[in-house]
Design a protein around this ligand. Structure first.
Ligand code: AMP
Ligand code: MG
Length: 525
């Protein structure tokens, strides 16, 4: 990016409008007493970093922003975005700094970025810093999503800065000092939809064109020739569709799906007030800032992604004399999402193939789970257990587990229930759904063990729920990272039942129902 696109080459303090430029040279602001809290061995290994390097003071200095790589131009990049449906103008890397690029062992190219390393020209009225709680959340979630098989930006380190950062957690007029931290993020690229929207909004056609061509050359080298740009947009759309199906599969709610938070590589990016469904409420959003409109609730994410892609298409329109390829790209999104979603729900329910009327089975399931307040993750794992075993003779697809659940759904689903009385009242709804499901299984050709394996490879045993993260944060803020490490270890193998780690795979405990950080999160980070 730095060598191919125009930028502000001289670092200069102060925030400003940066026009006609893709980046601004910016140096990190040193911190008082950096301490390495965590680093993932797998990612370090991929980058060819050995134990001696990781343990060295110079690595810590780099990860803390107290030193920069020799000869490197470290930069903040320029982008805009639609926030909550409204054009917000220039945003940019207000607290992210690109340290440079590194080649992985396999020759793949990675960008290395610090988040929270101090002010940049794009910091607007904010401080360019990040608190430990939000940095730890991003660190753990990136690792967990990667292990879950969900495309995501990665991390290389989590550093406590030793400096305090003042935040008003719930925007309630109560600012307090909190421990600061810096996360080092790693991805092939951090390019967002908003990178293209900003020059388009300013009529900077030349910059827009150069940015698109740079993206193609660097990240989509196979796309060449007269259709390259059209192919690229369709590919962004397809990847976004696949990403949305993954999010729905694992119950992930991003919380701030603004166009500046969507990656053109189809990666999950910018972990802020995100969450994973506890009870299966399709209208849930973890982001209290979004509560009035619930624009970014679980069920709305696929439509929001479509909306965001159309904003990107509008931005790219000046480069397309004919709009047809952009329309085709939008259609590619719909097709990619629908087919990924069909495959995903078939896998979650253990069906060999998806049929048109299975959509009613899924919507009926959400209705039943929501009415009875059943945990999303635990339900699907439990269901996998219920379908295991031989079909009861003459029982139309009914296994012993399903037979037991039909007789007493409350007992069968006990670990996944938040309100037993509610589930008892809704027992008939649950039984009705289980009977429909059993009838559907009766016409599914898979052997029970194959079905179970497919379900267990799709339905995670554990996801990084907000209350788990909050426990790790509470301990880390007291200087104890054992809980963080234990959580990271379990999240490495999220599809594998780990009996010794059962406390991490439980439903949300009662204390976490209304606790800030667990059920209520804001953008304050
Ligand atoms: P987000 O909603 O976290 O993706 O951030 C939206 C915009 O606000 C981006 O341009 C961020 O760089 C910027 N931003 C968020 N927090 C800070 C901060 N503490 N200091 C400077 N910029 C920030
Ligand atoms: Mg962002």
């Amino acid at each position: 990016m730095v060598s191919e696109l125009p930028g502000e080459a001289e670092p200069r303090p102060g925030t400003r409008d940066v026009r006609g430029m893709a980046w601004s040279a910016t140096v990190p602001t040193p911190v008082a007493a950096p301490r390495l809290l965590a680093f993932p061995l797998a990612m370090a290994d991929e980058l060819g970093l050995d134990a001696a390097t990781l343990g060295s003071p110079s690595f810590l200095d780099l990860m803390a922003g107290n030193a920069v790589p020799p000869g490197a131009t470290t930069v903040a990049t320029n982008y805009g975005g639609h926030q909550f449906g409204h054009w917000a103008g220039q945003l940019g890397d207000g607290r992210a700094l690109l340290l440079g690029e590194a080649a992985g062992r396999d020759g793949r190219r990675w960008e290395i970025q610090l988040k929270g390393a101090g002010p940049t020209p794009y910091s607007r009225r904010a401080d360019g810093r990040a608190v430990l709680r939000s940095s730890l959340r991003e660190y753990v979630a990136s690792e967990a999503m990667h292990a879950l098989g969900v495309p995501t930006t990665r991390v290389l380190s989590l550093v406590a800065t030793g400096d305090a950062v003042v935040r008003d957690i719930l925007y309630a007029g109560d600012p307090k000092p909190e421990p600061g931290a810096i996360v080092c993020r790693v991805a092939p690229s951090f390019l967002r939809f908003g990178h293209y929207e900003l020059p388009a909004s300013r009529g900077e056609r030349d910059l827009l064109e150069r940015l698109v061509d740079h993206t193609l050359r660097t990240h989509f080298p196979a796309m060449v020739g007269p259709n390259a740009r059209a192919d690229w947009f369709a590919e962004v759309a397809r990847r976004t569709g696949v990403l949305m199906a993954h999010w729905m599969r694992v119950g992930f709610v991003h919380g701030v799906m603004n166009t500046d938070n969507l990656s053109v590589l189809g990666l999950t990016i910018d972990y802020g007030p995100f969450g994973f469904l506890d009870d299966a409420d399709p209208h849930w959003t973890p982001n209290t800032t979004d509560l009035p409109g619930r624009r970014y609730r679980y069920a709305a994410q696929p439509q929001v992604a479509h909306w965001n892609l159309s904003a990107l298409a509008s931005a790219l329109a000046p480069l397309f004399p004919d709009a047809a390829p952009l329309t085709a790209g939008m259609n590619a999104y719909v097709e990619a999402f629908q087919s990924a979603q069909a495959r995903m729900w078939a896998d979650k329910l253990g069906l060999a193939e998806w049929r048109e009327d299975d959509a009613a089975l899924v919507s009926g399931l959400f209705g039943a789970l929501q009415a009875a307040e059943v945990d999303f993750t635990l339900f699907f794992r439990t269901l996998g257990g219920l379908v295991a075993g031989p079909v009861v003779a003459g029982g139309d697809g009914v296994t012993p587990g399903i037979a037991a659940a039909l007789a007493d759904p409350v007992a069968a689903l006990a670990p996944a229930l938040y309100d037993r009385a509610k589930a008892e009242r809704e027992a008939a709804t649950l039984i009705d759904w289980l009977a429909r499901y059993a009838a559907r299984l009766a016409s599914d050709p898979q052997p029970a063990d194959v079905r179970r394996a497919r379900m267990d490879a799709t339905n995670p045993w554990i996801v990084p729920r907000n209350w788990l993260l909050q426990q790790a944060i509470d301990a880390a803020e007291q200087g104890d990272t054992a809980e963080l490490q234990a959580l990271l270890d379990v999240l490495q193998r999220p599809y594998e039942a780990q009996p010794g780690a059962g406390r991490f795979a439980a439903r949300r405990p009662e204390w976490a129902r209304d606790r800030p950080g667990c059920s209520a999160l804001s953008c304050s980070s």
